[in-house]
Structures are given as C-alpha cells and as structure tokens.
Design a protein around this ligand. Structure first.
Ligand code: EPU
Length: 422
C-alpha cells in the first residue's frame, strides 16, 4: 500500500499550474459514446480515474489514444457492449455516467449500481427516475440497473436534489431523445456547464446549463467535436490552502477564479491574501489565521470537495470555527485523523466545531477518500515533524502529479511505493 511521508514546516513558494478538471472530464469521456465520429479532448488530466473511464469505454468498444501529453483522441465508432461491470463501477462511481449515453446510443444499458462509498450513501435513485421519465424501462437485477428503450422521449423532470451526476446522466440521455426535456432543480456546477458545452459542440441543443433549469431539444444524431477541458477548481482550491497553511507565497496559474468565489471569500475571511491576476491567483499566508463559519452547499456555494482541506487549515486558526457539511452525510472521516495529529475537533451530526491549536504534530494517519487524503497532506505540510499518510493511492485518482507540484514549491515529500490495489 502506498504511503506518503511529509516533513512539515516548509513554507511553499513559487509558481504552479492547475491541471484539467477531473469531474468535468469523466462525463465528457462517457459522452463520446453518443457519436460514431471521432472526438478530440484536450487538457485532460493524467489520473487514475481517467484511466478507469478509458478502460470502461474500451470494454464497450470505444477506441482511445493519447495524442499528446494531455490530448486524447476518442472514437466510439462501434459500440460492442452495453454493460458496465461491477469491477469497474465499484472502483469509480462516475462509471455510472455511461447509463445515459448508452441508452441514447444503443437503446440499452446494463450498469452495475455503485454500492457504498466512504463519504456517504450516494444513491442513484435520481438518475433512474430521470431515465424512467424519458421512457426507459428499468429493472434492478443482481446489483445491476438494466434499462432499455426503443425510443427515448423528452420529458419534464424535477430533481429532488440538484445532483451533479443525475443532471449529467439525464442530459446525455436526452440529447438524442425525441422532443424536449426540461430538467428542473438541475445542478449548476461548472462541470455540468462544461458537459453542455461539449454536447453543443457535438450538435446537441442544450440551453440553460449553469442555471436551475436545463432544456434539451433532442436531435437525430451527434457528430465529432474538439473540446478543451476546464481547469480543476478543486485542485486550484487545494493548492490555495497549501500556500495558506504553510504561510507560503504561491502563484497558481490556470485558476478558474470566478468558479471559486465562495472559497476565496472564506480564505480572505481567515486573513489569507488572495490576489487574482492574469488567469491565476497569488496566495500569501503567514499572518495569524482567523476562525470562520462555513457550510458546504451546491454550486455556487462552498464545495464539499474542499471541506477537508479547509478543515485542515482551520485547525490552525486563532479561535473556533464551525463547519457544516450539507451534501454528504459521512464526510468527516478526515477529522478523526486530524485529531490524531493534535487537532481539537468536536463533531455533532453534520457539524464540526474546530478549535484552533498552535501547531499540529506529525503522526501516522490513514486517508479514506480522495479529498480526505488532500486534507491530511495539507495538515502534514504544516505539522511539526513528519506525517505518514497511508492509503494515499486515493490521491492519484484525482490530483495530477501532486507530489511533483508540491515538491517544486519546496514541500518535503517522499512516496513509499507499494503495490496499490486495482
Ligand atoms: N443524491 C441522491 N440521489 C441521487 C444522486 C444524488 O440522493 O440519485 C444525493 C447524494 O447522496 C448527495 C447529493 O445528492 O447527498 C449530491 O450528490 P451528487 O449527485 O451531486 O454527487 P455526484 O454526482 O455523485 C459529484 C462529484 C463529487 C462531488 C459531488 C458534489 C463527480 C464524478 N463527482 O458527485 O466529487 O463531491 O458531485 O459536488 O463529478 C470528488 O471528486 O472527490 C467527488 C466526490
């Protein structure tokens, strides 16, 4: 099992560039199933989850090839299978995003349900309600969602919660449906907007992505498209916290500043300086940190995917912060590990009360998921002595070349490689 050893205390300094967005890339790769023509996707991050998505697509007959460091040629000329097996879906929930495109393209899909997750129950009921509304017949059998439809038909769909994945899956099913689909209470995340942009480039008729109401007028067929991925707002936010927690001074390039307003506001409230310039930000820490209250919310609220990182920072504030997690019901696992490093955190239901302590101390800790790993790395970067983070393979799912990026800023990080689980 991979471990990371971090020798804390070095203020990070220098410049670093944010990679393409993981959570925008995954549905867009699945959307390539919607056309028999080739597509080119640029600024694709080299991540384990991207490889998993490509393996899943390969099993369905989709050919893909890296034509540059971050450019991918992808071609679903012949779809030879309509099944997403448990082995892949269980390692990456986003595999479930093939449901909509498969139904649209080949009118049937057999997709394993994802099962449990370290951060919460994460059901897929809204995805299923959506495709049923579009006329698919759906059965749950042997852990699989089996769906088919001779012809999907546009429908009005109201989502109980503004689910990112359900909005994306339904959009991908609806683009080739007969007639108009309206998704109400749709997710407004930038990743949904990027998917809409790709679908429109393929010839789809999608309006309203980025608002609560997405309207899709079905078309007969889609064609190939060329698309450049947006930068990863969560990586950008994580690097901002890295600069802040180490009292460093880091220029971060390729930052989607307008997508990070809630995060920048909170960082500034803590006293960290964040100056936006030239498509990037310069983050300078070093002063005493003030405590803040924050609540994770759907976009444009504070993202749940930056909650662990912000908690790590707030363990160092001069006073008591209150964090409320409203998206996932079990996303405080990192708090228990931070407490092993000397953090003072009390959790009650969805709320964590974080009393700042002067300095965390390095300890062996265990990462439970991708963002929790990042929270622990950030804590380790500021802690006394060294921190040993286990199960750090979670990190490779979603942060491109993170060790190299942090090391280039002066972080002292070592990776002890062992065989990672598949
Ligand atoms: N929900 C339902 N039913 C559904 C779908 C969702 O009740 O059918 C609930 C969930 O349980 C949760 C809420 O709705 O309480 C929001 O979940 P959502 O569907 O929006 O999340 P997701 O699409 O499964 C994506 C990201 C997550 C990110 C969330 C929230 C991808 C591949 N994943 O997940 O990213 O936390 O949106 O922003 O886009 C990560 O990158 O580490 C990660 C977990």
């Amino acid at each position: 099992m991979d471990k990371m050893i971090i020798h804390g205390g070095a203020p990070l300094k220098g410049a670093v560039t944010v990679s393409g967005s993981k959570n925008a890339t995954l549905p867009i790769l699945m959307a390539s199933l919607l056309t028999d023509e080739p597509c080119t996707i640029r600024n694709v991050p080299r991540l384990r989850d991207v490889n998993t998505a490509l393996a899943l697509l390969r099993g369905l007959g989709v050919q893909s090839e890296w034509t540059g460091d971050h450019a991918l040629a992808i071609h679903a000329e012949h779809v030879i299978s309509h099944e997403a097996p448990y082995e892949l879906v269980k390692t990456m929930r986003a595999s479930f995003f093939v449901l909509g495109p498969l139904l649209a393209r080949v009118r049937r899909a057999k997709v394993s349900t994802p099962g449990g997750c370290a951060i919460g129950a994460r059901p897929v009921n809204l995805h299923i309600i959506g495709i049923r509304a579009l006329g698919a017949r759906v059965q749950l059998r042997g852990g699989y969602v089996e769906a088919h439809a001779d012809q999907l038909r546009g429908a009005r769909i109201w989502l109980d919660a503004p689910s990112v994945g359900a909005t994306e899956n339904i959009m991908m099913a609806a683009v080739l449906a007969d007639g108009k689909t309206t998704i109400e209470n749709a997710a407004r995340e930038p990743e949904v907007q990027d998917l809409a942009k790709f679908l429109v480039a393929m010839g789809a008729n999608v309006r309203g992505a980025g608002t609560h109401v997405v309207e899709i007028e079905g078309v007969e067929r889609l064609h190939g498209a060329d698309h450049e991925m947006i930068p990863d707002r969560i990586e950008a936010g994580s690097l901002m916290v890295a600069a802040a927690i180490t009292g460093g001074d880091v220029s971060i390039r390729n930052v989607p500043v307008d997508q990070l307003e809630a995060v920048i506001v909170k960082l500034r409230e803590t006293g960290v300086s964040v100056i936006a310039a030239d498509g990037g930000v310069r983050v300078t820490g070093g002063g005493a940190l003030r405590p803040v209250e924050l609540r994770t919310l759907p976009y444009p609220g504070f993202p749940t995917d930056l909650q662990a990182q912000m908690m790590a920072l707030l363990t160092q504030a001069n006073g008591t912060s209150v964090i409320t997690e409203t998206i996932f019901e079990n996303r405080f696992m990192h708090a228990l590990e931070l407490m092993r490093m000397g953090a003072d955190i009390v959790m009650k239901g969805p709320t964590a009360v974080v009393r700042g302590v002067p300095r965390l101390q390095g300890a062996p800790v265990m990462a439970t998921d991708l963002r929790a790993s990042m929270g622990l790395i950030l804590a380790g970067l500021s802690a006394e002595n060294h921190t040993e983070i286990g199960r750090v393979y979670h990190l490779d799912r979603g942060y491109e070349a993170l060790d190299a990026k942090l090391s280039s800023l002066g972080a002292r990080i070592e990776r002890l490689k062992d065989s990672a689980p598949a």
